[in-house]
Design a protein around this ligand. Structure first.
Ligand SMILES: NC(=O)c1ccc[n+]([C@@H]2O[C@H](COP(=O)([O-])OP(=O)(O)OC[C@H]3O[C@@H](n4cnc5c(N)ncnc54)[C@H](OP(=O)(O)O)[C@@H]3O)[C@@H](O)[C@H]2O)c1
Length: 154
């Protein structure tokens, strides 16, 4: 199950699972686009419409999905919402997508998962610029274990 599988990382994962002979369901906001991408990928790939910004509709969209071995949550709406021009509606939309929508997908599929089902979530820039649990007490030039071997951001 690849949520956000019509392009980017989600699509690449859909292709890799399909190459392995797995049955893949990939989603996008537009069902016909998702179907078209599924046809391009081939194998046992199908498309489905799912909009994470409408979480109340997710359960119905996922109803046809049967047992799930892997869930990939790769959907994102690209939005640069700056402090200077902060738009609350856009902020709420993105928060709904990632916080409520992602969680609702896992909630809806939970009863169709087994003990070895994996759930993969993609993050954002935090992967490149980690936020420490506690800031270093004093400046240090040596990377500490807290930074996993990477230099802390300046
Ligand atoms: N690309 C990178 O280098 C990179 C690096 C680090 C982290 N990430 C993270 O990895 C994830 C995927 O990134 P990406 O670059 O592959 O994204 P992307 O190419 O922009 O693809 C986003 C996917 O999300 C779907 N989508 C958009 N809005 C949606 C909505 N409201 N409901 C449901 N699906 C929606 C899109 O499908 P439709 O348009 O067909 O609806 C598309 O399949 C993101 O969380 C991103 O932050 C990416």
């Amino acid at each position: 199950m690849i949520v956000g599988g019509t392009q980017g990382l989600g699509r690449r994962l859909a292709e890799r699972f399909a190459e392995r002979g797995e049955a893949v369901v990939l989603t996008g906001r537009d069902g016909s686009r998702a179907d078209a991408v599924a046809r391009e990928i081939g194998g046992e790939t199908t498309g489905a419409a799912l909009d994470l910004t409408a979480p109340a509709e997710i359960a119905e969209a996922l109803e046809p999905v049967e047992a799930v071995d892997h869930v990939v949550l790769a959907a994102i709406e690209r939005d640069a919402n700056t402090i200077r021009d902060y738009d609350i509606e856009r902020a709420l939309r993105l928060a709904t997508l990632k916080l409520v929508g992602y969680t609702e997908v896992v909630h809806c599929l939970h009863s169709r998962m087994h003990d070895d089902t994996s759930v993969l979530l993609f993050g954002d820039r935090r992967g490149n610029v980690p936020i420490p649990a506690r800031p270093p007490s004093r400046p240090s030039t040596a990377p500490s274990r807290r930074w996993c071997g990477r230099s802390p951001p300046s």
